[in-house]
Ligand binder design. Structure first.
Ligand code: SAH
Length: 460
């Protein structure tokens, strides 16, 4: 029997996909079904049927999981942000622990990998320090919210439970500013209209807030009105207009104009301070980032005389975290602006033993090794989802650092890369620690320690 669009099947969910959606089979045919959980029996309408797999909509949860809960956010299930809000938090952590373990076994071949419980949050709400709200206008109202999963339809949501508590007041103020002044919202289809996105950033530890309006124009004539509409909101330190006239999905344009206050806000991770401007990258959950970096530091076990290479270093946060305990840290990052930030952050924190280089890790690290004679005792990598370039892995095997600390946001590519590093007894996977940086989503960050195997053939 072939499964077709508009069929209805009762299926059992057996697994969970990368976007937190349940996976089950109808007559051997794989269906992805949003808002369902492993163990559940679900009456499913097939909404799209590709050749080897399809997408279903849950019409009824016939047998719910004992861990299913009513999501506290009214937008949950429609909003593309939180895909696991309907699952108890402790179970989310178990699911993520299992994902890392299964990937290490299935992809990495680490049959006996010991994956401890995920380091979670005591209070897994309101953790994000950054929110980007698309804005649009439907007939009579201005809609502000988030994109629905897999589309650019806006799910209205101005009180996001994983965002800052300060956001709602700011969104209300901007909405009434737009209404009062007849300011148009951007329409993706026509490319017309002014306000595209509202970006709000908040220093978690400092409380400082930046409000940035992304507009589809090279000018903005409502500066005074916008500033006065935000007048009585506490802790705003910076109001910025970002100009983006491109007809693309990219949220931010290159040009920023500070119309009130400072160009940046500050925040900290542990005792390191960071300057954050509208365009800079900064970890969205600094409390958990601190736990992650602390594990990376613990795994690196620095004594003070080590040379460290931190590849894929972003704005240098891991590099700076390690620099205080090492002799020298070399950070390598592909985005020039991030490297500039890294250098500024080093200065801001009076760290003078960290050097930063722009370029692909797979191009720059060989230069450091071959031409500058840098031989790292500890190598840290924190690549994007696609993992490390193969040539970088091969170079790591040649450079033979005593320790490799691998920080990963994708346990599948992590497992693939660890398999290469641990083949032929080169490195041993000593420790694995997942950390929950994104509660209510299926993302999990993992830090691993690999140690060089000193095989002494003469020893018994
Ligand atoms: N370690 C940082 C950032 C990790 S995110 C932190 O903890 O904040 C991964 C980073 O790798 C991004 O900054 C991205 O710009 C960078 N990147 C992507 N491909 C790269 C490559 N081939 N070489 C170097 N950096 C790269």
């Amino acid at each position: 029997m072939t499964v077709k669009k508009n069929d209805i099947h009762n299926i059992t969910i057996t697994d969970i996909g990368d976007h937190g959606e349940g996976i089950g089979k109808a007559d051997g045919y794989t269906l992805f079904v949003k808002n369902t959980l492993p163990g559940e029996e679900v009456k499913t309408l097939v909404v799209k049927a590709n050749k080897s797999y399809g997408y279903g909509k849950a019409l009824e949860i016939i047998k719910p999981s004992p861990h299913r809960i009513v999501p506290p956010c009214s937008a949950a299930g429609r909003c593309g942000g939180c895909t696991l809000q309907h699952l108890e938090y402790q179970e989310q952590l178990k699911l993520k622990q299992n994902k890392v373990k299964q990937d290490l076994i299935r992809i990495g071949g680490f049959e006996s990998a010991c994956v401890p419980p995920v380091i979670g949050m005591d209070e897994p709400w309101h953790y994000r320090n950054k929110a980007q709200y698309p804005v649009s206008r439907s007939k009579s109202t201005i809609d502000i919210g988030f994109y629905s999963l897999g589309s650019h339809n806006i799910t209205v949501c101005d009180n996001c439970l994983i965002g800052s508590r300060a956001n709602k007041k700011i969104l209300d103020a901007i909405k009434s500013f737009m209404e009062r002044n007849n300011v148009s919202a951007y329409n993706e289809e026509t490319g017309k209209g002014l306000v595209r996105h509202i970006l709000i950033r908040e220093g978690r530890f400092t409380g400082e807030i930046m409000v940035c309006l992304v507009v589809n124009s090279n000018s903005f004539k409502y500066k005074k009105e916008l500033i006065s509409s935000l007048d009585n909101i506490k802790n705003i330190r910076s109001i910025v207009i970002n100009h983006n006239t491109l007809r693309s999905n990219v949220i931010m344009g290159d040009k920023c104009e500070t119309i009130w206050g400072s160009d940046y806000i500050t925040d900290s991770i542990g005792d390191l301070k960071f300057k954050i401007s509208a365009l800079s990258f900064f970890q969205v959950n600094p409390a958990q980032t601190y736990k992650l970096y602390s594990k990376a530091l613990e795994f690196a076990d620095l004594k003070g005389n080590e040379t460290v290479i931190d590849a894929y270093c972003g704005i240098g946060s891991i590099s700076l975290f390690l620099a205080r305990q090492a002799k020298k840290v070399y950070g390598v990052e592909i985005i020039e602006a991030a490297v500039e930030n890294a250098k500024e952050n080093a200065k801001l924190n009076n760290i003078d033993n960290a050097e930063f280089y722009t370029g692909k890790a797979e191009d720059v690290v060989p230069l450091l090794y071959n031409e500058k004679g840098v031989t790292p005792n500890v190598m840290v990598v924190d690549p994007p989802r696609k993992g490390c370039d193969k040539s970088l892995l091969e170079l790591m095997l040649r450079m033979e650092p005593q320790k490799i600390v691998y920080v990963s946001c994708d346990s599948a590519t992590l497992s693939r890369d660890l398999k290469i590093l641990c083949s032929n007894g080169n490195y041993n996977l000593d420790k694995v620690q997942p950390v929950d940086m994104f509660p209510m989503t299926y993302h999990v960050e993992t830090v691993c320690l690999l140690t060089k195997q000193n095989i002494n053939v003469l020893a018994d």
